[in-house]
Unconditional design. Structure first.
Length: 361
């Protein structure tokens, strides 16, 4: 059977499947690399596009969204593309109205805090940007010589924006609902799990070659609360999608090291790790069954080149100690990152990891 987004062997020798192979913990000639938020403001060409169009406007123009997705692939030489979209967009399909405010993030017109608020949310209320995203994916699959990763927000991370109505550091209102109205909380989380799963399934059916579930803020919870209030819904997303024959990545976000032992049974292939936990320790905590992805501190990109290389080499040494390693940052790229530095880093990862792979063969 031909796997999605992977050309039959022998017919297209130019398709780079290094990322897919690493996700499956197969042997690779060098470590694949991509960056969370690799399409973004560090790129002057992207900034020029953003002078004319907002993120949501770009997403509604499939040709443009495809172009923005391709830019970092061409400029940086990364081994995977990630669809230009946002975790909030599938919520349009529930009738949620929001804006993405510059330097702040998602702001919701009517936050969801009561049962009546939740009852207003209806699957299928609008198309949720899905037709545009599917058209963008179809264009990309024709153009790309690397796999296309699609993504969705995990239930807790989405719930935090919906309940708070805006980005938060404390998660006060989110936790107020979680502890005080567990039934309402689980209903909301269940709806968000289904919304994410439907979005991801449609994307894979249109040709996306892998997906990542972003749980950016799950590290705000104790392991016990995560297990009780969040994990069942994360598990549900992966269970609903377990028939899809593409690599599945879970990124439990920043500061989630203490949650890793709870992920051992998840029907995912890859776990994303931030820089607070070593990759060796992340493998140990998750039971050794997953490929790992990460985990350079994004701000290492501000360091002098020799320091950056030294830091990246340590990460690669740890990652490549076992099969199943994908180089990435521990969180998304920041807008002030330098394009030249990113190119240098990508090249270094490829060279250093190729050297290492050839020595261990
Ligand atoms: O990785 C990629 O290049 C693909 C595109 C992508 C975007 N958002 C586009 C975007 C991805 C994977 C996301 C995920 C996302 N969005 C997350 C999870 C990842 C993470 O960072 O933890 C979260 C929490 C969001 C919500 C969101 N959207 C925030 C917090 C912001 C930042 C607001 C700001 O101005 O600082 C956004 C806006 C956003 N999403 C931008 C991009 C390229 C910036 C908009 C711009 O370019 O002006």
């Amino acid at each position: 059977m031909v796997k999605k987004n992977e050309r039959p062997k022998g017919t297209d020798m130019t398709f780079n499947d290094r990322f897919l192979r690493a996700c499956r913990r197969e042997a690779v000639d060098r470590a694949p690399v991509w960056y969370m938020r690799q399409a973004g403001r560090y790129d002057p060409d992207y900034r020029r596009i953003k002078e004319k169009y907002s993120l949501l406007e770009i997403c509604r123009r499939p040709e443009l969204a495809a172009e923005v997705t391709l830019m970092p692939v061409r400029k940086l030489g990364v081994d995977a593309a990630i669809l230009y979209s946002d975790i909030m967009i599938p919520l349009e399909g529930l009738g949620v109205r929001f804006e993405i405010v510059r330097h702040q993030g998602p702001v919701i017109a009517e936050p969801v805090r009561t049962a009546a608020d939740l009852d207003r949310l209806r699957p299928g209320a609008a198309d949720g940007g899905l037709p545009h995203a599917l058209e963008t994916i179809r264009i990309l699959v024709r153009e790309l010589k690397v796999p296309l990763i699609t993504f969705a927000g995990a239930p807790f991370t989405l719930a935090s924006y919906l309940v708070e109505g805006k980005p938060t550091r404390s998660f006060r209102l989110t936790k107020t609902m979680m502890y005080g109205e567990p039934e309402l909380w689980h209903r909301l989380m269940g709806l968000l799990a289904e919304t994410a799963a439907a979005w991801l399934r449609a994307h894979v059916e249109a040709g996306a070659g892998a997906f990542q579930l972003f749980d950016s803020w799950a590290g705000a919870l104790s392991p016990r609360d995560y297990e009780r209030y969040v994990l069942p819904h994360v598990r549900a997303v992966f269970d609903m999608l377990s028939d899809l024959d593409v690599p599945k990545i879970y990124f439990p976000g920043v500061g989630a090291g203490e949650l890793l032992p709870l992920l051992a049974g998840l029907k995912a292939d890859v776990i994303g790790v931030d820089w607070r936990v070593s990759l060796a320790e992340a493998r140990r905590r998750t039971g050794g069954r997953f490929a790992v992805q990460g985990n350079l501190d994004p701000y290492v990109l501000t360091a002098p080149t020799p320091v950056m290389r030294e830091q990246a080499a340590r990460v690669i040494d740890e990652g490549m100690a076992e099969p199943g390693y994908i180089f990435n940052l521990g969180h998304g790229l920041f807008p002030e990152a330098s394009l030249d530095k990113l190119r240098e880093l990508t090249e270094f990862v490829h060279e250093y990891s190729a050297d290492r792979a050839s020595k261990t063969r």
